[in-house]
Design a protein around this ligand. Sequence first.
Ligand code: SAM
Length: 245
Amino acid sequence: MLSTERRRHLWNRIRYGMPERYGHLANEIIRNRFRTILEIGVWDGEHAQLMIGAALRNRPPDQVAYHGVDLFEAADEALLAREVSKPPPPMESVSQKLQRFRDLGVSINLYQGNTTELLPQLVPSLGVMDFMFIDGGHSYETVSSDWNSASRLMGSHSVVLFDDYVNPDAIAHGNYGVNMVVDRIDRSVYSVCHLRPTDLFEKEWGTLRIKLVKVTNRCHERPCHGGWLSWGRGCSRIRRSCPNR
Ligand SMILES: C[S@@+](CC[C@H](N)C(=O)[O-])C[C@H]1O[C@@H](n2cnc3c(N)ncnc32)[C@H](O)[C@@H]1O
C-alpha cells in the first residue's frame, strides 16, 4: 500500500512531470541551457548540487558559475525565528559538498551574511545571472530586499524562482512575506507565473501548502511549464510587446 505522500508524488509525476516542486529548478536550467546561478538561501547545499548538475548537462564546467548566499554561522535563533527559517549548517561543510564541482572547473562562490546587507554590496560585481532562486529569509522585509537585488541582476532571458508562496492559513501562522512581495511585482514589466505542483506539509495548525513562483522579464515570454497537462495554467497573459527591449 502506497503512503499518501508516495501517491501524491506519483500523481505529480504523471500530471506535472516531477514528484515535487523542486523539479522546476533543474528543468528551468536544463531547458534554457543556463550557466550562471544565484541561490539566495543555500542551507545544506543539496539543491545547489542539483542546479549545478543541471547546468553541466549543457555546458562545460568552466562556463558554469554558482553563487550561494546564506547566514551560515551568522545565524542566530531570534533571526531564524523571524525569518521562519531552518538552521543552516556551517559554510565549510557546504563548501566541501560542492568541492567536486570546483575540482571539475566550475566556479563555486559561497558568501556568508544577511542577504539584506550582503546582496546589495555584491550586485555590482556579480553581473547578469541566468537563474536565481530566492529561498532565504521569509519575512516581507528580507524577501522584498532579495527581490530588489535579484531584479537588478536580471537580463532579458533570466528566470527568477521564488520558493514559499504559501496558502493564507500559513500566513496566519508564520511570518511568510513571499506572497506579498510576489503579489506586488509590476506585471507591466515582469511575467509572474505560479508553478505546480503545490507541495503539502501537515503542521500542528493544519496544512502548509507551498508552491514556486516564476518571474521573467516580459520580453522573455513563454507559457509557464508546470507539466504537459498544465501547460500555461496560472500564467499571466502573454503579451508580445517588450517594454525593456
Ligand atoms: C529554506 S532554507 C534554503 C534551502 C535551500 N535553498 C534548498 O533549496 O535546499 C533557508 C536558508 O536561508 C537562510 N537565511 C534565512 N534568512 C536569511 C537572511 N536574512 N540572510 C541570509 N540567509 C538567510 C537560512 O540560514 C537557511 O539556510
